[in-house]
Design a protein around this ligand. Sequence first.
Ligand code: NAD
Length: 424
Amino acid sequence: MTTSRISGFYKLTLEERRAKLADASQLRPYNLLPFTNGLSAEAADHMIENTIGTFVLPLGIGLNFMVNGRDVLVPMAIEEPSVVAGASFMAKLARSGGGFIATTTEPLMIGQMQVINITNLEEAKFKLYEHKAELLAEADSIDPVLKKFGGGARDLEVRIIDDSPIGGFLVVHLIYDVRDAMGANAVNTACERLAPKVESITGGKVHLRILSNLADRRLARVRCVIPFKELSFEGYSGDQVRDGIIAAYAFAASDPYRAATHNKGIMNGVDAVVIATGNDWRAIEAGAHAYAARSGRYTSLSTWNKDKDGNLVGTLEMPMAVGIIGGATKVHPAAQAAVKLMNVKTASELAEIIVSVGLAQNMAALRALATEGIQRGHMSLHARQVAIAAGASGDMIEKVAAQMVAEKVVRIDRAEEILKSIKG
Ligand code: NAD
């Protein structure tokens, strides 16, 4: 059984961490090699155009995560300091309340067809519904592999847009179960294939045929309960921290300026896992923010309240169009290793872990903001990056960073001065 609790992990050397990780995940050390060897330039050359090399990000492990009763070691690819530490610490607190309880809807994606040049929109809409069974049967036959795994066309919906800059047109939504794929290719292919039939039924012209990234039929949900006593630290009582987090959430729930930053914190955790697994983070970002604005006013993706016992309860609900099949998930060796490390067998399981990390990261930011402020924790980690930018290497990095933190001046000019004085 994997354990996600590895004490003192941060104090170990890189080599020691890899050895501990192999032990804790019960994987062979060679399973973890892709995290160091990464993607070869040759493999990269097959992925995009005009390739000249690869761009590498740090990969850290989110610890202490328990999702639906199972320990998970979470690979996180991110350049920003304090995200991995923050998520791991909050996962530890959540663990004391039973961990993260996550669910997903069916993996339904939406493909859109824009039908223009129609004289009677209402009539065309009804005609499409009359031919729904036939259209779905055609869409269903397009991807036999997907069908074999239980996916395929599920529904067809027709919307009328009558106030656009070019006047009225129809939008046909094809609802497609994409199982363990992100699904863009399957859905786009199905839309392109259906277009001629949609044209002959409506007498119009099918213009765009493309997946929607507002994947609101493919949601992941997660909830966690933090016993309020666990929230106390330094001079802050558990009640104080809990109420501070709830008040911070109320700000995000009511104000788009705050909600954007609040949701960015969620995406710190979400994107790190999405990237580590080779998934399309632009798609996830687009879906998240569109979903956050679904009521017409942009708001928080998460909620924070207290239960009858005074414990802190957090929830997060967002679209999660990730796959473990197709796209870069199957091509990038580190993405494959990431999926293996988490021991996920379906895209839904991956989605459940990702939203758990998003909620943990959200809480890390809210807890800091509602108490000592974000800079204290962040700056000590940021100081190391500033020290490196100023030219520090080896032991010097920690020395320069520590002095800047002690002086509470974390700036490149100061880092350069400190470096000069240490060297001199
Ligand atoms: P894909 O086409 O590479 O793989 C999916 C296919 O794998 C399925 O269609 C099916 O034939 C097969 N398959 C095998 N086992 C399966 C299983 N268990 N479950 C489901 N399918 C299985 O990948 P994709 O997920 O369709 O496309 C993802 C890629 O599309 C990403 O790279 C993304 O960046 C890109 N993309 C995104 C957009 C967008 O977000 N708007 C648009 C175009 C392309």
